[in-house]
Ligand binder design. Structure first.
Ligand code: NDP
Length: 323
């Protein structure tokens, strides 16, 4: 049997109920993975709560995990039982064992912590495409990141520093701001206490930022646009405070701005791209430019508490569910 957290309909954290499922058999091109660790992400909350479209039937949240190959189906090359692997998507990771298409798995190189990486496949690959593809950060650029002490935020700060950018972060409270300062940010604004747009204007001498990475959405997007330099790039990649409403294309006329609303899956849908971005991430971890701090670990069965903390803004960095 393989225990899983199953939600039968959208709801609060308690909508996920522990359920014993039969251990699946891997079919052709598939691999049975015994999970070791699973990352908790805001996207799991969006699905569980019904903000994102509900799939057919019951739903198991979870979009990143690591584990050990237990069995491989017909036609799978390059993976054997006992291999350490990790993946980002497909959704459904909150369970002890699962079958995953072999083409979604990435073999873990020696030196990568198999537990910490479970919280950095989705978050780390997101940071990777944000700084290389959504806006290709250049040395010397000044860039603003909201929720800098969050899971994606702590990785982004370190990546920006490694690229030679000046990273300004925002965080909800002094303690979070101090943590972000230890993860690559040059300055961090407590946006609960201060107006971040005025602070960014002060910190940049009125010039503004080359890019703003905004995952907070409803509460921040108007201020984010004000933080951009001429022809700057607004990257909205999430909505922790709620969906953006009322945005008009003409808002971008204030400085010939650009905007994009990227989704990780579109940057790792092809296997070659998944492998190239993963190897970039692993190289950054192995050369020490990105440190993966696990801020909290919980047994898989306590995922509901992890969701409540994430939604309540009580977490920093990455939370891992261990099997
Ligand atoms: P975080 O650890 O960043 O947690 C969310 C943070 O958002 C909170 O800790 C809080 O930080 C901040 N926040 C601000 N307002 C609110 C609010 N009203 N309610 C809750 N949180 C709030 O989460 P993740 O690292 O998992 O994800 C970060 C964001 O990135 C999410 O929006 C997620 O959807 C997005 N994402 C998007 C991807 C994509 O490809 N588009 C892929 C991966 C993640 P503080 O207290 O400091 O304000």
């Amino acid at each position: 049997m393989a225990g899983a957290l199953v939600a039968r309909e959208p709801g609060g954290p308690g909508a996920m109920q522990w359920t014993d499922l039969a251990t699946p058999e891997p079919g052709p091109g598939e691999v049975l993975v015994a999970h070791r660790a699973i990352g908790v992400n805001f996207i799991d909350v969006y699905y569980r709560s019904g903000l994102y479209p509900w799939p057919e039937g019951p739903m198991i949240p979870g979009a990143e995990a690591s584990g050990i190959v237990e069995a491989v189906g017909a036609g799978v090359a390059g993976l054997r039982p006992g291999d350490a692997v990790a993946y980002v998507m497909p959704h459904g990771a909150y369970r002890e064992r699962r079958v995953v298409p072999a083409e979604r798995l990435v073999a873990l190189p020696a030196g990568i912590d198999p537990v910490a990486i479970a919280g950095a496949m989705l978050k780390g690959l997101t940071a990777q495409y944000l700084v290389t593809a959504s806006y290709a950060v250049q040395p010397g650029d000044t860039v603003l990141v909201h929720a800098a002490a969050g899971g994606v935020g702590l990785i982004l700060g370190q990546w920006l520093k490694a690229l030679g950018a000046r990273a300004i972060g925002t965080a909800g409270g002094r303690q979070k701001a101090e943590l972000a300062l230890k993860h690559g940010y040059d300055c961090v604004i407590d946006y609960k206490a201060d107006d971040f747009a005025s602070e960014v204007a002060r910190l940049t001498g009125g010039k503004g930022c080359a890019a703003v990475y905004d995952s907070v959405g409803a509460d921040t997007w108007r201020g984010s646009l004000k933080c951009l330099r001429r022809r700057g790039m607004f990257v909205n990649f999430g909505q922790s405070s709620g969906m953006i409403r009322g945005f008009a294309l003409s808002d971008l006329a204030a400085g010939s701005l650009s905007a994009n609303r990227p989704v990780l899956f579109d940057y790792v849908a092809e296997r070659t791209e998944l492998l190239q971005r993963s190897s970039d991430l692993f190289a950054r971890i192995l050369d020490g430019s990105i440190r993966l701090d696990v801020s909290a670990t919980r047994p898989l069965r306590e995922a509901a508490d992890a969701h409540a903390d994430l939604e309540g803004r009580r977490t920093v960095g990455s939370t891992i569910l261990v099997v």
